[in-house]
Write a protein that binds this ligand. Structure first.
Ligand SMILES: *Cc1c(COP(=O)(O)O)cnc(C)c1O
Length: 356
């Protein structure tokens, strides 16, 4: 099998070492003679898995003690509704509209209260991060750390003062260092930069959990998930197990400071190529460019199609832009090596010479 370079946006690349370890342990986990997939979620072996995953999340991100770490299901998309269901309750919240994912979050929030769009970049087709004007009476403010489809990213997070800042970090969690204490709630679907689809990470300040009402259904209650330590019902055991392996890999490879440095280097390499080769044109405002999802266009859709096809033939897969915006997109999550990006850039140079 020829080596593939995986640039898919999600589900996305996982570290080779993680896949290898999962394969080795698949039939016999911890020497118990059974797979992690076929044992009770209340067994001590699985409890060690979820406990280790939580401990590593806490140490890698520096999660303060007054925050809970929850492993939920339903993807980030369920959080779009679960957050306002628990925290909005007919009141008002600020949302920054940065693109496709923010829009979906706004749509759900409107079912539970008043939504003030505190900033939007819709005027320029979401190619930049807008300034936000917070309302003093908002119960929370919501931003999308990285717009996976549009390719824009907060380089620094806004300050919402006393209003708890809630963030969708689905596509850039663990890609850089963050200060968790600046947020009321962080959520992320695993399948971009953390593991396989099926588990959603929620990191939430305990005072916000305590404020949640009791009249929400059990499976959508942060309170219950906290009280039951994410084991109210059967969690996505296998997905959590893979997340644990990814976290161990992150630790072994220098943690978030090292990821951040390499991610900066990878993004610079690719954006430099886009800026220096006239065939390619970046779509995002330079200072707001995403380091995870690099979006670019060629001069015509026909040429883009040819580019994607030729790249695929070279083992460079997943470069097609999201169906809603077209163009090309290269996702550079943690598991994508600098070498992989170099190979993409070499290909782009060669393709440009042949298609002048
Ligand atoms: C992928 C993605 C989502 C949706 O995640 P699901 O797990 O499919 O619900 C939400 N927000 C962002 C930023 C994403 O990248």
């Amino acid at each position: 099998m020829a080596k593939k370079y995986n640039f898919y946006a999600g589900p996305a690349i996982l570290p080779y070492e993680v896949m290898k370890k999962a394969q080795e342990e698949l039939l016999d986990f911890n020497g118990i003679g059974l797979s992690i997939m076929e044992i009770s979620h209340r067994s001590k072996d699985f409890e060690a898995v979820i406990g280790t995953a939580e401990a590593k999340i806490r140490s890698l991100l520096g999660v303060p003690d007054n925050y809970s770490v929850l492993f939920l299901q339903g993807g980030a998309s369920l959080q779009f509704g679960m957050i306002p269901m628990n925290l909005l309750q007919g009141k008002k919240a600020d949302y920054v509209n940065t693109g496709a994912w923010a829009k979906k979050a706004i749509k759900e929030a409107k079912l539970f209260g008043a939504v003030n769009v505190a900033g939007t970049s819709e005027d320029k087709n979401f190619n930049y991060i807008p300034e936000a004007k917070w309302s003093p009476d908002a119960v929370y403010a919501h931003v999308t750390s990285n717009e996976t489809i549009g390719g824009i990213q907060y380089q620094t997070f806004p300050d919402a003062g006393n209003i708890p800042l809630l963030v969708d970090m689905s596509s850039d969690i663990f890609s850089r260092r963050i200060d968790v204490s600046k947020f009321g709630l962080i959520y992320a679907g695993a399948q971009k930069n953390m593991g396989p689809a099926g588990v959603t990470l929620v990191i939430m300040r305990n005072d916000l959990i305590e404020k949640c009402p009791d009249n929400v259904i059990t499976m959508l209650s942060y309170k219950i998930h906290k009280a039951e330590k994410s084991l109210y019902n059967t969690p996505p055991c296998f997905a959590i197990y893979i997340v644990k392996l990814v976290l161990e890999w992150l630790e072994k490879n220098g943690g978030l400071a090292a990821m951040e440095a390499t991610n900066n280097e990878k993004a610079k390499l690719l954006y430099d190529a886009i800026d220096n080769i006239s065939l390619y044109k970046g779509t995002a405002n330079v200072k707001d460019r995403s380091k995870m999802n690099v979006t670019f266009r060629l001069s015509s859709e026909e040429l883009e199609e040819k580019f994607i096809k030729a790249a695929t033939a070279q083992g460079l897969v997943g470069l097609k832009g999201h169906r809603s915006v077209g163009g090309c997109r290269a996702s550079l999550y943690n598991a994508m090596s600098l070498e992989g990006v170099k190979i993409l850039v070499d290909f782009m140079e060669k393709f440009a010479k042949e298609n002048k």
